[in-house]
Write a protein that binds this ligand. Structure first.
Ligand SMILES: C[S@@+](CC[C@H](N)C(=O)[O-])C[C@H]1O[C@@H](n2cnc3c(N)ncnc32)[C@H](O)[C@@H]1O
Length: 291
């Protein structure tokens, strides 16, 4: 960048091109989010103030942020937050950046809870990470004054701390538990068990985009040799932790994984599972009810 006057419009165009060349698939959006942060403005205000020049210190701070983005660091980690289901969540490299696809999992859980045939009982979010799913459900439960508690578990103490912090900041009551899948909840049963577990095949991890592979926690991604280290346990144990008529809703990586998951669920006493592609795929949801 030269010493010329850098207006908001000019710097956004320059940064879009710079980040596109650096390989970002969302260069313009990245530029707007990072500039809004530096200038303490909303994105919309940037567009309304196209001719405003940046001060020297703003330019210097912005440059540092775009250099981080150019090295593939996710914008959410640079900003330290990510919006999910209308909630502003704090995130750091100990937790997966919540994805828009995962909002579909919340949609399914909430749609089920709104049905007359939904059984009484609480909601469990396994592998909660930042707490995204649990908090989105807890927010809806609170707004609709439903008589349901939300419980969430994660194996990572660091993720557990992030989720707990998000819950306190947002004033949403979730019971946060630390441990391996269902272990921390013993034999408690739920009306809904929802999960976005690690499901990437270990051999595929090196092929992931650098943003994901080099920055997000591998504990959140790596599903083992066949992607089923956690999915397999989930399938085997879900029925024991659902009340009759309860729903299991799980995110996974492909239709093929979905087909294997529905078979595993059938063997474990939960036949009739459905595989739904999300946002055009490859991500899918598996939905299955306990008879
Ligand atoms: C794909 S991330 C999902 C995070 C969050 N639910 C979301 O959708 O953004 C998976 C999470 O599972 C956790 N995890 C991995 N193995 C686990 C296990 N065996 N038991 C519980 N949590 C586990 C990781 O620490 C990580 O936070």
């Amino acid at each position: 960048m030269t010493e010329e006057v850098w207006t908001i419009q000019r710097i956004l165009l320059w940064t879009r091109d710079y980040l596109t060349k650096a390989g970002s698939p969302s260069a313009r959006l990245d530029a707007e989010l990072l500039l809004a942060e530096v200038m303490k403005l909303r994105r919309l205000d940037l567009l309304l103030r196209f001719d405003q020049p940046l001060q020297k210190d703003e330019l210097a701070r912005f440059k540092r942020l775009i250099q981080r983005r150019a090295k593939h660091e996710p914008v959410a980690y640079i900003l330290g937050r990510k919006e999910f289901y209308g909630l502003d969540l704090l995130v750091n490299p100990n937790v997966l950046v919540p994805r828009p696809e995962t909002e579909s999992l919340v949609d399914e859980a909430l749609a089920f809870l709104g049905k007359p045939e939904a059984p009484a009982g609480d909601v469990l979010d396994l592998c909660t990470g930042s707490g995204a799913i649990a908090l989105a459900v807890a927010d809806a439960v609170k707004k609709k004054a439903m008589e349901r508690q939300v419980v969430a578990t994660d194996l990572s103490p660091e993720a557990h701390a992030v989720a707990q912090g998000n819950g306190e900041r947002l004033g949403l009551p979730v019971q946060w538990l630390l441990g391996n899948l269902f272990a921390p909840i013993a034999d408690r049963k739920f009306a809904v068990v929802v999960s976005n577990p690690p499901y990437v095949l270990s051999a595929r991890i090196p092929e992931l985009d650098a943003d994901v592979r080099d920055f997000e926690p591998h504990l959140a991604l790596d599903g083992g040799p066949d992607g089923f280290d956690v999915l397999g346990l989930l399938a085997a144990q879900a029925a024991d932790h659902l009340v009759p008529g309860g729903l299991l809703a799980v995110e996974l990586g492909s239709r093929a994984q979905g087909a294997v998951m529905t078979q595993a669920l059938e063997k474990a006493g939960m036949p009739g599972g459905r595989v739904l592609p999300v946002m055009g795929g490859p991500t899918c949801l598996v939905l299955a009810r306990r008879p």
